[in-house]
Design a protein around this ligand. Structure first.
Ligand SMILES: Nc1ncnc2c1ncn2[C@@H]1O[C@H](COP(=O)(O)OP(=O)(O)OP(=O)(O)O)[C@@H](O)[C@H]1O
Ligand SMILES: [Mg+2]
Length: 242
């Protein structure tokens, strides 16, 4: 399968901290790849390296075979790499509509796309983002990224602090985007069972390097080992299959 996103041998860090070491991964159109690992494993740094917000010290990031200049977030987003940040980064004082407009979604078609994907946002369109529930805020953050028409969507800790039913809802939208629009998705997730449900493949990071990778089936077969060795127990919370 031809990769939409290819990351080759990147190393990235902060000052003397090397947070990601010689990491390679790829994602094809329509593929959801989850990035697993415990706190501090390098998951966010990996996404930030891809979206250009962190400049890797070495390595290569390419989209559809074209290399990007590292550490250039504007160039990365122009190439179709769109990140949903870990903290959602909404303008809490602006309305849902204004948040979407601030991201460039001004046409009616953009708003229609959002309300088709998230009918629950339609009645909230005039409400200030700061007054939305956590789940509604995450939907808005995802909707805002989607209106930018990503080739590759980078999602960090989507399920953090959200009820299981909301997580299911969000992950079904992600799956739908991949299946129906051919978006490639890198999904950072602490919740192992959710990640295994939505992803086609996954990589497990440990101290900045890839400790394990495989298809959903391969990782599902090794889920106990992943949980005990690489997730610090985070994947066991509310796990119905455990
Ligand atoms: N801005 C920063 N300055 C210095 N060190 C940082 C910075 N951001 C992250 N680090 C360090 O880099 C390493 C990897 O952090 P990263 O945020 O990529 O991990 P993560 O897997 O996303 O963790 P979490 O699950 O807690 O979000 C950690 O040791 C962290 O302390
Ligand atoms: Mg993180």
């Amino acid at each position: 399968m031809k990769a939409t996103l290819r990351v080759d041998d990147i190393s990235a860090g902060y000052g003397r901290v090397l947070a990601v070491k010689n990491l390679s991964l790829s994602a094809a159109a329509g593929e959801v790849v989850s990035i697993l690992g415990r706190n501090g494993a390098g998951k966010t740094t990996t996404l930030l390296s891809v979206s250009g917000l962190v400049k890797p010290r070495s390595g290569r990031v390419s989209v559809d075979g074209t290399s990007l200049r590292l550490g250039r977030p504007h160039a990365a987003s122009k190439a179709g790499l769109i990140q949903v940040p870990e903290d959602r980064a909404l303008f809490t004082g602006l309305t849902v509509r204004e948040n979407l407009a601030a991201a460039g979604a001004r046409r009616k078609a953009d708003l229609t796309m959002v309300t088709d994907l998230f009918p629950e946002l339609e009645p909230l369109i005039g409400r200030r983002a700061g007054l939305l529930s956590g789940g509604e805020q995450q939907m808005l953050a995802l909707a805002r990224a989607i209106t930018l028409r990503p080739k590759v969507l980078l999602v960090d800790e989507m399920s953090l602090g959200l009820a299981p039913v909301v997580c299911q809802r969000l992950s079904s939208v992600i799956r739908g985007l991949a299946d129906e629009s051919g978006v490639a998705v890198l999904l950072v997730e602490q919740h192992l069972s959710l990640a295994l449900e939505v992803a086609d493949r996954g990589i497990v990071l440990h101290k900045g390097s890839v400790a394990m990778e495989g298809t959903r089936a391969e990782l599902t077969a090794k889920r106990h080992e992943i949980e005990s060795s690489y997730m610090g127990g985070a994947g066991t919370v509310e796990d119905p299959a455990a």
